[in-house]
Each structure stands twice: as C-alpha cells, then as structure tokens.
Design a protein. Structure first.
Length: 60
C-alpha cells in the first residue's frame, strides 16, 4: 500500500465517524462534513490504487 491509499482510507473512516456522530446528535453540519470527508478519502484512495496498479504494470 502506498501513502495515498492509507491516507484515503483514514479520511474515509474519520468521515464516516463524523457522519454518524452528526446523525446521532442531529448536527447536519457535522454530518455533511463527514460525507464530504468520505468522498475526499475515496478519491485519494482511488488515486493511490491507480498509482499502485501502474507501478505493478511497469515492474513487469
């Protein structure tokens, strides 16, 4: 795993926690921030996955 994959998945987990906390406390702002952070994390993880895939193809 590269750093983008790790950071992306961490952002996804933290975003999910914020979303759940916002939902539990009826804090729509926190919930929206959590959803946005999850999207950012997914994007970064996908970038890391693509980078990893390219690196594997080059090494062949």
């Amino acid at each position: 795993m590269n750093k983008d994959q790790v950071k992306g998945r961490v952002h996804q987990a933290v975003g999910k926690a914020k979303e759940v906390a916002g939902d539990a406390t009826d804090n729509s702002k926190l919930q929206a921030k959590g959803v946005a952070q999850q999207a950012r994390g997914k994007s970064q993880a996908n970038y890391g996955d693509a980078k990893n895939s390219v690196a594997k193809k080059i090494d062949r």
